[in-house]
Design a protein around this ligand. Structure first.
Ligand SMILES: Nc1nc2c(c(=O)[nH]1)N(C=O)[C@@H](CNc1ccc(C(=O)N[C@@H](CCC(=O)O)C(=O)O)cc1)CN2
Ligand SMILES: Nc1nc2c(ncn2[C@@H]2O[C@H](COP(=O)(O)OP(=O)(O)OP(=O)(O)O)[C@@H](O)[C@H]2O)c(=O)[nH]1
Ligand SMILES: [Mg+2]
Length: 470
């Protein structure tokens, strides 16, 4: 058990109106008391102050005062302290928050004063790790805190909030309860073999419960598959022949001059990425180098990158030039997108001759098509809408508000495999001792989801992804 006291700046780097330093652990109050002098400054303390003297701060109260260097006596800042005594705090340890002025130099100075009082800097995520270790939340909730902070869209934010309030924990706990109940009957069968006879004939309660568990586990696994888009965001890529207006489209989608546009074919050499949010979904858009057969050496490198982006993209925006007839190269490019969600973007609609609008060869006629003019901004909203629709159509099956993350999903896979073995064991009247081994495997996978039993290196991995001060 780690009994050190930790401190970190909890607010983002840079200047801000107020910056907060968080301190947690048994020495938190003593260390802060050593560098803090209460207001009113230079006046007689009022009556109520006396009752709180000598670091005797009341829990969940705020105190105005000065941070002073205890050696030189120099004033560092005027601050407000919030004191939360164990166990009624975020970490369930003594917590003091120092609300200082939000300059990074000020906060650094205060942090250094605390460190000279024997407190150590906190690791990333260490406050939340302590909250987890001390039983304030389970691991799915702790993970949700990180998701909440990094959420870039409403969809991921909603998901993180529902997981933080324990919705996933509730489902997992009910799965656990069923498994424990099956284990109970199995153990009874092991201890009293003569009494358990009918418990394991296909219609028994254990079999029923195990099948129900498998169904619940599989639902969560499906939610992962269909919600992967929401969790990780969607990757899209803009591709096409040189000069068709890919960079113009990128700028138009972002409503910002992000990529260089010229009338010269082969302008974009490197891939340019940016995030776009459409209907609450975060979409990564990449503008790429135009694809053509005989590129110069620099272009060739750009085209290799374009191909990598194409390979990892969920959605491909294949841009065509409506002002020119379709090129064989376009048919070749399109042919390489068979396993992708593709939108054919007929750009430069303003140049299209309405007598002979861009005619698509049969191979491309099945594709979803949309006419836009990146120059005039027409059709762009419809394109964004289409992208959002593509995401939502794959997510529609997510029943609950939450989607397991990859770690949880891997454990659900393990649990599903073990429970399937339990079911076939029960169906085939195998020895309860053997079935019990699979049941224990299922339980340990489930318990690792909530962190009831989890290896330290798994925790190290999870919390290292947090920010310092969280
Ligand atoms: N200043 C500040 N703001 C913050 C946090 C914080 O730690 N400090 N939070 C943290 O990241 C979040 C709020 N979450 C929190 C959840 C529980 C407790 C807490 O101390 N709970 C105790 C006491 C409850 C009470 O007395 O009412 C408990 O549950 O025992 C604190 C913050 C966001 N805002
Ligand atoms: N009329 C018209 N011109 C456009 C439209 N979109 C782009 N253009 C013009 O087409 C030219 C090429 O545009 P870019 O956006 O640089 O094309 P690109 O596909 O990124 O080109 P590369 O990076 O060279 O592959 C520029 O002169 C743009 O102004 C459009 O919708 N209508
Ligand atoms: Mg370009």
């Amino acid at each position: 058990m780690d009994t050190s006291t930790i401190a970190a700046v909890a607010t983002p780097e840079g200047t801000g109106g107020i910056g907060i330093i968080r301190v947690s652990g048994p020495e938190a109050i003593a260390a802060v008391t050593a560098v803090f002098r209460r207001a009113p400054f230079g006046q007689k303390a009022s009556g109520s102050d006396k009752t709180d003297a000598g670091g005797g701060f009341q829990s969940w109260r705020m105190y105005l005062g000065h941070i002073l260097d205890p050696h030189s006596g120099t004033l560092v800042d005027e601050v407000i302290l919030a004191v939360m005594r164990a166990p009624h705090s975020y970490t369930r340890e003594d917590v003091v928050e120092i609300q200082a002025h939000g300059g990074s130099r000020v906060l650094e100075k205060i942090l250094n004063l605390l460190i000279s009082q024997g407190i150590r800097p906190a690791q990333p995520g260490e406050f939340t790790r302590r909250a987890f270790i001390n039983g304030r939340m389970d691991l799915t909730q702790a993970e949700a805190v990180a998701d909440l902070i990094s959420a870039r869209s409403d969809a991921t934010l909603d998901m993180a909030v529902s997981q933080m309030t324990g919705q996933l924990s509730d489902v997992v706990s009910s799965i656990r309860q069923s498994l424990v109940s099956v284990l109970g009957s199995l153990e009874a069968a092991i201890d009293f073999p003569e009494a358990a006879g009918e418990e394991f004939d296909g219609s028994g309660q254990s079999l029923h419960l195990s099948r129900e568990v498998l169904q619940q586990v599989n639902q969560l696994r499906e939610a992962y598959e269909s919600g992967r888009f929401l969790r990780q965001g969607v990757q899209s890529v803009i591709i096409g022949r040189p000069n068709v207006g890919k960079s113009s489209l990128m700028n138009c989608l972002l409503n910002q001059q992000r990529a260089i546009v010229t009338e010269v074919a082969g302008t974009t050499r490197d891939c340019i990425e940016a995030y776009l949010t459409t209907r609450g979904v975060s979409v990564l858009v990449a503008d790429t180098a135009g694809l053509r057969k005989d590129p110069d050496p620099i272009e060739r490198l750009g085209i290799e990158k374009t191909r990598e982006y194409m390979a990892s993209a969920d959605i491909v925006l294949h841009v065509l030039d409506s002002g020119r007839p379709i090129d064989h190269e376009d048919v070749v490019i399109y042919g390489q997108l068979t396993d992708k969600s593709v939108v054919l973007v007929k750009n430069k609609a303003d140049l299209a001759d309405h007598e002979k609008v861009l005619r698509l060869p049969p191979a491309m006629q099945q594709a979803f098509c949309i006419e836009v003019s990146a120059l005039h901004g027409t059709g762009i909203d419809a394109l964004k809408q289409r992208v959002a629709d593509m995401v939502f159509s794959s997510v529609a099956r997510v029943g609950h508000g939450f989607v397991p993350n990859w770690r949880q999903k891997c454990l659900l896979d393990q649990a599903a495999e073990a429970v399937s073995k339990v079911i076939s064991g029960l169906e085939n009247w195998r020895l309860p001792e053997l079935i019990s081994i699979d049941l224990h495997d299922a339980l340990s996978a489930i318990d690792e989801i909530t962190g009831k039993y989890v290896e330290t290196d798994v925790l190290d991995e999870i919390f290292s992804r947090y920010c310092v001060g969280k």
